[in-house]
Design a protein around this ligand. Structure first.
Ligand SMILES: [Zn+2]
Length: 458
C-alpha cells in the first residue's frame, strides 16, 4: 500500500511521486539567451586507472549536468558554477577527491577550468608497512588508530544500486538537514536495535537521524509487528517530491519514507538488525543487489545475517550522503516585516499585456521586507500568500501579485510592495507566508502584518 503523494506546500505546484515511478534523470541543457556565453573545462588529474569518476555541475537558472570524463561544457551563461566530484568506488578501494567542491566563475565570452585530484584508499593494503599478504597482522595489528579496518568488512565496493535516478545522480535526501524517524507502534523491545541501525546509517552517510516523539511529525514512521516463526519481513520506501512551478524545473529530493517490519517471534536479534539496516537502505535510496554478502541483498539470510553494512552498501550510502553535497532549499528569511495600507491615492497598477485602455487602480498595498543570506543553489522564485484563517486547505492560501520580474533572489535586505485592486483587507496580525524556491525545494517563512495605515489622496 502506498500513501498518496505528500505535498510540501499547497498552491505552489509541488508534485510527490513514489519510488515506483522510476525514470531516468533528465539533465537540463544550457539555454543561452545571449551571445555572451562561456565555457567550463573539467579535467581529472590523478585518477587511478579503472576508476569511474563523477562530477556534477550546477549553476545559474537551475543549470545542472554531470560528466564522467574530461570534458568542456560550452554555451554556458556566465555566472558562478558549483562543481562537485564524488568519491569513486572500485573493487580495490575508493578514490576520494582532495577538494570535492569548487565554486567556478564562468566569464562571459571566456573560459574557466577546474581540475580534480584524487587520493586512492586501497581496501586490500594494510597500513602502514606490512605487505598485504602478511597473514600475521590481525584486524587490530595496524596503526590505524580509530579507523575501522576495511579489510575485514565483507563485500565489494562496486556492489550497490540506486532505486531512483541513474548511477551518477541518484535521487536522495538532503544530507545536510536532519531526518526524523519515530515508532508508530509499540516497539516490543526493538527500539535499541533500531537506534543502532540508524546510527550505522548515519555513520555511513554523514546524515543526522533524529528520533521524534510523535510518529505523525516524523519523516520516517517505523512500524513493527510480530508474528510466529523464525523469519522476518519488511518494506522500506523512499518518497520524493520536486518543485516544478512556472519557470522552475526542480530536482527530485527525497523527503519522506517508511520502514515496516514484521518480526517472527523466534527470529534472532542479528536477523532483525539485518532487516532494519536493509529497510533503512531502501529509505535512503538503495535498491537490491545480487551479491549475497551485502545488506541490500534480498532475501536476507537466516543462517548468516549481516549486522553491519558491507563494502558495497557503504559505497552506495556514501554517494547518497554528505560527501555527495547538500541539496539545500533557500535558507529561512530573517527580520521579516509586513505592513499594509488602504490607498486613498489609488495608484495605477502596472498593466501586463491585456487591454491598454483598462487601468486598474490599487485600493490596498502590502509591503514585505526581510533579510536573507545567499542561497546555494540560488533562489529562483519568491511568492507571497495571504493565510485565510477560516480555511485549512489549499484555498486558504491566497497568492499576492508581486511586481513582474521580482525574484527575491538577492542576499541582504529586500523590500517588495504589492498593489491590489479590490477584495483586499488589512488587519493588524493578518498572517502571510513568504515562499522561496530553488531547484531543491521551497522554504516557507511566516510573517504577520504589524500595521495597517491609510494613505491619503493627494
Ligand atoms: Zn528489500
Amino acid at each position: 500500500m502506498r500513501r498518496p503523494a505528500f505535498l510540501l506546500i499547497p498552491a505552489a505546484a509541488l508534485f510527490g511521486l513514489t519510488l515506483t515511478s522510476c525514470s531516468a534523470t533528465s539533465v537540463a541543457g544550457p539555454t543561452p539567451t545571449m551571445a555572451d556565453v562561456g565555457t567550463l573545462g573539467i579535467r581529472f588529474g590523478s585518477l587511478p586507472a579503472g576508476v569511474q569518476a563523477q562530477v556534477t555541475v550546477s549553476g545559474p537558472d537551475g543549470y545542472l549536468s554531470s560528466t564522467a570524463t574530461n570534458t568542456t561544457i560550452e554555451n554556458l551563461p556566465p555566472g558562478t558554477y558549483r562543481v562537485s566530484a564524488l568519491t569513486a568506488a572500485t573493487e580495490r578501494g575508493i578514490a576520494v577527491p582532495t577538494e570535492p567542491t569548487a565554486m567556478i566563475e564562468v566569464p562571459a565570452g571566456g573560459a574557466a577550468d577546474v581540475v580534480f585530484e584524487y587520493t586512492f584508499r586501497d581496501f586490500h593494503a594494510t597500513s602502514p608497512g606490512p605487505p598485504p599478504d602478511d597473514s600475521t597482522v590481525g584486524p587490530n595489528g595496524g596503526e590505524g588508530g580509530d579507523q575501522p579496518d576495511v579489510s575485514t568488512i565483507p563485500g565489494r565496493p562496486s556492489d550497490f544500486r540506486f532505486t531512483v535516478g541513474n548511477q551518477a545522480m541518484p535521487v536522495r535526501w538532503n544530507p545536510c538537514q536532519p531526518i526524523s524517524w519515530a515508532l508508530t507502534t509499540d516497539d516490543g523491545g526493538e527500539q535499541p536495535r533500531l537506534q543502532e541501525a540508524f546510527a550505522r546509517a548515519s555513520a555511513a552517510t554523514g546524515i543526522t537521524f533524529q528520533q521524534a516523539d510523535r510518529a505523525d511529525q516524523a519523516q520516517i514512521p517505523v512500524t513493527i509487528r510480530f508474528t510466529t516463526g523464525a523469519t522476518v519481513e519488511g518494506e522500506g520506501e523512499m518518497r520524493y517530491s520536486y518543485v516544478n512551478s512556472g519557470s522552475i524545473v526542480g530536482r527530485k529530493v527525497a523527503n519522506e519514507g517508511t520502514v515496516d517490519a514484521v518480526l517472527g517471534d523466534s527470529s534472532t536479534a542479528a536477523l532483525r538488525s539485518n532487516l532494519y539496516l536493509h529497510e533503512i537502505g531502501h529509505v535512503l535510496g538503495l535498491a537490491h543487489v545480487d551479491a549475497t554478502d551485502e545488506v541490500m541483498h534480498s532475501p536476507l539470510s537466516i543462517s548468516s545475517p549481516l549486522t553491519e553494512y558491507s563494502l558495497g552498501d557503504l559505497a552506495g550510502l556514501r554517494r547518497l550522503g554528505r560527501e555527495a553535497g547538500c541539496l539545500n532549499p533557500p535558507p529561512p528569511l530573517l527580520d521579516t516585516v509586513a505592513s499594509g495600507a488602504r490607498r486613498l491615492d489609488r495608484p495605477a497598477i502596472p498593466q501586463i499585456g491585456g487591454d491598454p485602455g483598462l487601468v486598474l487602480r490599487a485600493d490596498h498595498s502590502f509591503t514585505f521586507g526581510w533579510a536573507s543570506t545567499l542561497a546555494d543553489p540560488p533562489t529562483l522564485q519568491t511568492r507571497i500568500f495571504r493565510v485565510d484563517p477560516a480555511r485549512r486547505d489549499v484555498q486558504g492560501l491566497v497568492p499576492i501579485p508581486l511586481p513582474l520580474g521580482f525574484r527575491g533572489d538577492l542576499p541582504g535586505k529586500t523590500e517588495v510592495t504589492a498593489l491590489l485592486a479590490g477584495g483586499a483587507d488589512c488587519q493588524v496580525g493578518d498572517r502571510y507566508r513568504i515562499v522561496q524556491q530553488n531547484i531543491f525545494g521551497a522554504t516557507t517563512t511566516p510573517v504577520a502584518l504589524s500595521s495597517c495605515k491609510v494613505v491619503a489622496a493627494r
